[in-house]
Design a protein around this ligand. Structure first.
Ligand SMILES: Nc1nc2c(c(=O)[nH]1)N[C@@H](CN(C=O)c1ccc(C(=O)N[C@@H](CCC(=O)O)C(=O)O)cc1)CN2
Length: 282
């Protein structure tokens, strides 16, 4: 039997209704949640994501501001822009769109964002909360992926989860979130030996590799939840890390690309921003 498709579009629509009603409640108390996005340079994909973030804010009734900075921006200029937003009471969430131009120090810039305004969850304080399982801001893509996994209704406790990819943005936080759900988690990466032996044991398989069609049907346990975080451009089309058509025939649940986890990323950013604003009133 073919897998059930977990639609990021459908889940985002209902989550955005919830976010919009929380924004309305905040506005009734005199606070309009505000998100600031810093974009350095003119990477075409980043420009689209940043525009979609602004449109998302408008859709749920939030205030948004985009700070466009030239590709030659210095570290000092970038950090000064962040400091200004830290001090701005109209802004509850700040994010620096990644990747940054090569000459800039990403970690140093992220460290300048006030942890309570870090709606990407990339600040070391929030990464530490993730590691210790304490309350902090959870990175948007893994948070969206976990929401999709939970939507299956499968009891995650004790299940085998395999995450392929060890990035700070997706792989590592994803593994921590699954660990918090009491999964037995394996993190696989480019040096992992006998990768398929690991993936075939997975009840939950998360692919964040960055290679189109990398996960093939023979690597998947029948009935598994397969979450595809990959966004690869092939011949002008967006493809995931999973060989979707073949894996769909083996898995129990699967996320499509496009229209899967990617769609949830911006929705979870809106969720993190409304939550940051709510914390201001507590
Ligand atoms: N500061 C950040 N930078 C980056 C993040 C992030 O979470 N914070 N993630 C990615 C880019 N990203 C958001 O910024 C993002 C990627 C993909 C999507 C999305 O909707 N994907 C669509 C397909 C999009 C396409 O056609 O290109 C989908 O999967 O349906 C949204 C946001 C790196 N940088």
């Amino acid at each position: 039997m073919s897998a059930q498709v977990l639609s990021g579009k459908t889940m985002s629509e209902s989550l955005r209704l919830e976010i919009a009603s929380r924004v309305t409640a905040l506005k009734e108390r005199g606070l309009t949640p505000g998100l600031a996005v810093i974009l350095v340079g003119n990477d075409p994909a980043s420009e689209i994501y940043v525009r979609n973030k602004g449109n998302g804010c408008t859709e749920v009734g939030m205030y948004s501001r985009t700070i466009n900075m030239p590709a030659e921006t210095t570290q000092e200029e970038l950090e000064a822009a962040i400091e200004e937003l830290n001090a701005d009471s109209a802004i509850h969430g700040i994010l620096v769109q990644l990747p940054l131009p090569k000459h800039l120090d990403e970690q140093a810039a992220l460290a300048k964002i006030l942890p309570e305004k870090d709606v990407d969850g990339f600040h070391l304080i929030n990464a530490g909360h993730m590691l210790t399982g304490t309350e902090g801001v959870v990175a948007c893509t893994p948070r969206g992926a976990l929401h999709m996994i939970k939507s299956t209704g499968v009891n995650l406790s004790g299940k085998e989860a395999v995450v392929i990819g060890r990035s700070n943005i997706v792989g590592k936080p994803m593994a921590m979130l699954l660990l918090k759900e009491n999964c037995t988690v394996a993190m696989c990466h480019s040096r992992t030996q006998n990768l398929a032996e690991h993936t075939r044991r997975a009840d939950i398989l998360v692919a964040a590799v960055g290679k189109a069609g990398f996960v093939t049907a023979d690597m998947v346990k029948p009935g598994a939840i397969v979450i595809d975080v990959g966004i690869n451009r092939v011949d002008g089309k967006v493809k995931g890390d999973v060989d979707y058509d073949a894996v769909k025939e083996v898995a129990g649940w699967i996320t499509p690309v496009p229209g899967g986890v990617g769609k949830m990323t911006i929705t979870m950013l809106l969720m993190n921003t409304v939550e940051a604003a709510e914390r201001m009133l507590k």
